[in-house]
Design a protein around this ligand. Structure first.
Ligand code: UDP
Ligand code: MG
Length: 312
């Protein structure tokens, strides 16, 4: 039985050797399984490529894909899933934040058929800036209100899956991928293993606040059209309010014969600005979805491969 371990790597020259030796330990420990390690180099600017090639030259169990440029972690994970031949497939980060030591027990869980997916989840966000944790928590609350599937807070992309799950994920070959949602969407029995937050061993995180913010918007727009409905409701609310206001003025002028002596310039301006803003926002929202349709219909490949290990 073959187990594939997929590692997306972007500028990980320092962490990779550490991860690789940890993975070798796992391979030693789990004797009854064969392993393939799949490293996907996502257009790193450092020596990640040559580190991977050096490892692969010495170890037959290592396969790799080198992208022609940086396509993002989602594309790298997808490439890895495509390439993986294993009956069990795991995705893990290169920086040791996904403890390789968990893998043997994860394999055991699948062997015992207790679940189809074993996924890791951080129970603490220790070592993370508090503001980042706050926004992350808010995001999960928000997205879970809007989408039908449960997207777990603290869930990482680290998970071991059976073949059937991988095949289901590969069916969803959309361009704008939000894996946390895709993993939840395909379903199957998931068992969660919890662990403390681990800080990366070397290098630095590739995420800053704005990247995460954009990722959050991507996640929401990719999985639900609820924001569009919100725009509809808001529009409806204001139209109704305006209608009542018209009736009020009508009665005032026609029946009560009260006329304004002071022209209501400031209030008018406020309303116009406010409603103008809302219209722009709704338009932008519609644009988000149209933009995504545009990108989806082009059906460009998710990544371009520059180099791969030679099959022999
Ligand atoms: N990664 C990638 N492409 C990117 C950014 C990140 O393949 O454009 C990989 C990175 O090498 C690492 C994993 O995705 O293995 C997670 O990245 P990182 O540790 O920076 O994210 P964090 O753990 O801070 O969420
Ligand atoms: Mg990390």
């Amino acid at each position: 039985m073959l187990v594939s371990l997929i590692v997306p790597c972007y500028n990980e020259e320092e962490s990779l050797p550490i991860l690789y030796s940890a993975l070798c330990d796992v391979r030693e420990q789990v004797k009854d399984k064969e392993f393939e390690f799949i490293f996907v180099n996502d257009g790193s600017r450092d020596k990640t490529s040559s580190v991977i090639k050096d490892i692969a030259a010495k170890d037959k169990g290592v396969r790799y894909t080198i992208f022609s440029r940086n396509f993002g972690k989602e594309a790298a994970m997808f490439a890895g899933l495509h390439k993986a031949k294993g009956d069990y497939v795991a995705i893990m980060d290169a920086d040791m934040q996904d403890p390789p030591a968990l893998i043997p027990s994860m394999i055991e869980t699948l062997d015992k058929d207790e679940a189809d997916i074993v996924a890791a989840r951080r129970v603490t966000r220790k070592g993370e800036p508090p503001i980042r944790s706050f926004f992350a928590r808010t995001f999960y609350k928000l997205i879970n209100k809007m989408v039908d599937v449960e997207i777990a807070d603290g869930a990482r992309d680290f998970r071991l899956m059976k073949r059937c799950v991988v095949d289901a994920i590969l069916e969803l070959d959309e361009r704008q991928r939000f894996s946390k949602g895709i993993f939840a969407w395909v379903g199957f029995r998931t068992k969660w293993v919890e662990h403390e937050n681990v800080e990366r061993v070397a290098g630095e995180t590739k995420w800053n606040f704005w990247k995460l913010f954009a990722y959050a918007i991507d996640g929401i727009v990719a999985f639900t059209t609820a924001p569009l409905r919100l725009a509809t409701y808001t529009g409806f609310f204001f139209a109704a309010a305006a209608f009542l206001y018209i009736i009020y003025y009508f009665i005032r002028a026609i029946i009560l014969r009260i006329y304004d002596r002071v022209p209501g310039y400031p209030s008018l301006l406020c309303f116009m600005l406010f409603i103008g803003g809302l219209i722009l926002m709704a338009l932008g929202l519609v644009g988000e979805y149209i933009g995504r349709i545009f990108i989806e219909v082009k059906r460009r490949p998710l990544y371009i491969v520059a180099d791969e290990e030679s099959e022999d």
